[in-house]
Design a protein around this ligand. Structure first.
Ligand code: FE2
Length: 423
């Protein structure tokens, strides 16, 4: 395939991309078209590497209302509700919902997802289901699974054993939830233990870490410490980190360089953080998202995740990573041109670094995976939640959407004016 006349996220325009055997073979202006090669005319629209979601829960997605809705809309009721739903889960239903969500994802140009999977279930039904889904979607979507002990690896009976079993079965990444353990000390011990398991097995780590409004929660410091002690630099992610929002500024000035030194990745989940945090506050009410601009300035790689779509914690969402980027931009007040641009990176290149994706990007030799957006720049894509005109996987078009337009019929104006929404 030859893609003609694309605008790239770095601002280059009029660029052609030649695909050979599923990878980009040449990129530049006015490339000659080899005989018989199909041409996709990008018409000057923005071609981006695909969206990547660095933090999701595919075992819970699309279960909204089962067995009942979250009446308070809080994190703790969500966890309790998930506990009620777990015994009722069936493998077929889990597989079906996860596959449906992956269809939504592909349609939105989201071609790689890191999903946590709850391992606090002796049957490991969800693990088996998502391992099956990982294989089924492999031709069109990279699914990376995290062994997530939702009820606490030390707090829940058998959780350590089931987590190890899940890893034996082929789950990719070691998860954790230190702030949910019984004490701060047990939380710290869980971080040590889980990092040691990852080091022994040669795996990456991604923990739900300090997902509270407690300004004294200190688990990310412990995570950075064990990352360095065990030589796991660049392979460990702290997800949520919402306590950092509420921490003392002096302490954060010490913490940020420690995180950078350990090459930790940070994942904020703007849609979820802004709805679940600060719920014990009256007014003023904290936003609760981690300190994204400060982390970036300290040299920490930051990605945004969707976290939840229509599940016990969040009744909204549609696999649209541009919605996630837009919310992150607003909550973090990242409104300079460079900051808005970096919110696009947070759902593309930065997230790909979190997952450690091989061959990601619009470079010669990379996989020919891309999304063609009805926008002229990354910032415009965020502003418009731009239509995904075409989605490419290994050089094949796997999804198309119609451009966003409206036919107008306004009194006093020429009949049937065509109007491209927002442009
Ligand atoms: Fe999560």
């Amino acid at each position: 395939m030859l893609i003609r006349n694309a605008t790239l996220p770095d601002g280059r325009t009029g660029i052609d991309l030649l695909v050979h055997e599923g990878r980009f073979a040449a990129i530049g202006p006015a490339l000659p078209a080899p005989a018989g090669v199909p041409v996709l005319d990008a018409e000057g629209w923005l071609l981006s590497p695909p969206f990547v979601d660095a933090h999701f829960h595919l075992d819970a997605t699309l279960s909204h209302g089962l067995p009942r809705v979250n009446a308070s809309g809080t994190l703790l009721e969500g966890i309790a509700l998930w506990g009620e739903l777990k015994p009722q889960l069936t493998q077929d239903a889990l597989v079906e919902r996860a596959l449906t969500y992956c269809d939504w994802a592909v349609a939105r140009g989201l071609l790689a997802i890191r999903s946590h999977v709850d391992v606090c279930d002796d049957r490991l039904l969800a693990v088996e289901a998502l391992l099956q889904v990982r294989e089924r979607v492999r031709p069109y979507l990279d699914l990376q699974l995290v062994a997530f002990p939702q009820d606490g690896v030390l707090r829940a009976p058998n959780a350590l054993a089931t987590l190890q079993r899940a890893l034996d079965m082929g789950v990719d990444v070691v998860g954790g939830i230190p702030h949910f353990e019984r004490t701060m000390a047990e939380g710290a011990d869980s971080v040590r233990l889980l990092c040691e398991i990852a080091a022994q097995r040669g795996l990456r780590v991604d923990m739900h870490c300090d997902e509270s409004d407690d300004p004294l929660s200190r688990h990310v410091e412990t995570l950075a410490f064990h990352t360095q002690r065990l030589g796991l630099q660049g392979r460990v992610t702290g997800s949520h980190l919402t306590s950092m929002h509420s921490m003392d500024n002096y302490y954060v000035s010490k913490l940020l360089p420690l995180m950078a030194e350990a090459q930790l990745h940070a994942v904020a989940n703007p849609l979820i953080n802004i709805t679940l945090q600060g719920r014990h506050d009256s007014y003023p009410r904290r936003r609760g998202m981690t300190r994204v601009p400060e982390l970036l300035a300290a040299g920490v790689n930051v990605a945004f995740g969707h976290d939840c779509v229509m599940d016990p914690w969040y009744a909204l969402g549609s696999a649209d990573m541009l919605e996630v980027a837009a919310m992150g931009l607003h909550v973090a007040q990242m409104t300079s041109q460079a900051q808005m641009r970096s919110c696009f990176d947070a759902v593309t290149v930065n997230a790909a670094r979190v997952l450690g994706l091989e061959g990601y990007g619009l470079e010669v030799g990379c996989h020919a995976d891309a999304v063609l957006l009805q926008a002229r720049s990354p910032v415009e894509a965020i502003r418009l939640r731009a239509a995904r005109l075409a989605v490419l996987r290994r050089g094949q078009v796997v999804a198309r959407s119609a451009p966003a337009t409206a036919q107008m019929a306004l009194p006093g104006r020429p009949a049937a004016v065509d109007f491209t929404l927002g442009r």
